[in-house]
Design a protein around this ligand. Structure first.
Ligand code: SF4
Length: 408
């Protein structure tokens, strides 16, 4: 049985709410059962976390026990937990461990299937972890979503996906009492490849009520055969992307443009749509390459090997040769380099207890770390960074104290 609804689920709510026609389009193209190395690793790690939370085993201990007992690597649904991916599970476990130490009277349930049938048919999803207890002095109902992909970091603040799971939890008879008692609701994401800390956003019942209205409105809108198609960043995960008429129209409109003649109003229209155009171009390239990989001929194109940067075949043997034959000193061959700030933070965390590590990391960042400005970048106003001075501002300031007679 699928763990997430095709109609409206946690991960598709944002897309359905913004593009109600996406349900019709995705049903039309059918859903590919896309298994990939990354998806398989993600589901393995979810299973490991579920198992470890239920049995209260640390992933590293579980792994070590299997290896010591000569049983090989532990397996979950035929997938093997290995020395590499156990680190991600361990990092997620530490986030879980930190959370439960902060919550008084911590009760939890792992892999909770939540249903929103009370709002609309076939609406459900799975929350990786649900918990209840006193967090920062107030009764709190919480959920955690594990994300094991190394792609874009996903913020918990305002997440419709997490809100959807929380709404489902509040409707679940097993959690109804906790939902009633809760004075606040904690939505959290643990994304071990991106951060060692749980990203938690504490929100209110009112915010969840607002989200419920969004789910209800979306549920009503998606069955309309004329439900509109709207292009935006939600298109990224849409399975109808390559055949969507709205995307094709966008491409046609873009090709008819003359960028150097565009006005500020046209820039404002096109800038938010560039990501979809780039994604469309990438998809064309990916599909064409896979055709050629499988033997098709595309006139004028071929596939070549991509060559990486040069690497030493065997650094130890090379070192030996450089010293004995090339007569070089060690100091001429090796360079000592301090680790990056992110690596140093990890080293500090591993060497010290939580509070001490936090203080040292703060000091490290305050005293020894800076972020050099390497140029400027065009971003939407929603970006939290303050606007940089424009070339016009800089020129204006430079000329501020000078009397210039432009009449000559
Ligand atoms: S690709 Fe975008 S516009 Fe087209 S159906 Fe999907 S979400 Fe809607």
């Amino acid at each position: 049985m699928s763990e997430h609804s095709n109609r409206i689920g946690g991960s598709s709510l944002y897309r359905r709410a913004n593009c109600p026609g996406s349900y019709r389009e995705e049903e039309r193209v059918g859903r590919e059962d896309t298994s990939s190395e990354y998806a398989d690793e993600g589901s393995l790690l979810h299973n490991v976390m579920d198992f470890c939370i239920e049995t209260n085993d640390r992933p590293l201990d579980l792994f070590a026990k299997y290896v010591q007992d000569g049983e090989g690597f532990p397996k979950f649904n035929d997938a093997e937990l290995n020395a590499e991916n156990v680190k991600l599970a361990q990092s997620a476990w530490e986030m879980y461990d930190g959370l439960r130490s902060e919550v008084r009277g911590f009760v939890k349930a792992s892999e909770v299937r939540v249903s929103l049938e009370a709002i609309g048919p076939n609406l459900f999803g799975t929350s990786d972890l649900a918990w209840f207890g006193e967090y920062r002095g107030r009764p709190t109902l919480g959920i955690v979503d594990w994300k094991f992909g190394a792609g874009v970091g996903v913020p918990a603040r305002g997440s419709m996906q997490l809100g959807f799971y929380m709404l489902g939890l509040m409707l679940d008879p097993d959690f109804a009492e906790y939902a009633e008692q809760a004075e606040q609701f904690a939505l959290a994401i643990g994304q071990p490849p991106k951060s060692d800390d749980l990203d938690m956003w504490v929100t209110t019942r009112e915010w969840l009520k607002m989200l419920e209205t969004v789910v209800r409105t979306t549920n009503d809108a998606i069955d309309n055969p004329k439900a509109p198609l709207r292009v935006g960043d939600w298109c990224r995960w849409c399975s109808a992307f390559t055949s969507c008429s709205a995307i094709q129209k966008l491409g046609e409109d873009a090709l008819s443009l003359a960028p150097q003649k565009m006005t500020a109003v046209e820039y404002a229209y096109w800038l938010p749509r560039l990501d979809q155009l780039k994604a469309f171009a990438n998809e064309v390239e990916r599909l064409a390459k896979s055709e050629v990989d499988f033997g098709a001929a595309i006139a004028g194109w071929k596939v070549v090997e991509a060559i990486g940067n040069r690497k030493l075949v065997d650094p130890d043997v090379t070192m030996d040769w450089l010293r004995k034959t090339a007569k070089l000193r060690v100091s001429d061959i090796e360079e000592k380099k301090i680790k990056s700030p992110a690596q140093l933070e990890k080293t500090i965390k591993a060497a010290h207890k939580k509070d001490r590590a936090k203080a040292l990391i703060e000091e490290l960042n305050e005293r020894f770390v800076h972020r050099p400005i390497t140029g400027t970048k065009l971003v939407p106003n929603s970006d939290p960074r303050p606007a940089a001075a424009s070339a016009g501002d800089v020129l204006g300031r430079a000329l501020g104290g000078i009397d210039v007679d432009f009449q000559g």
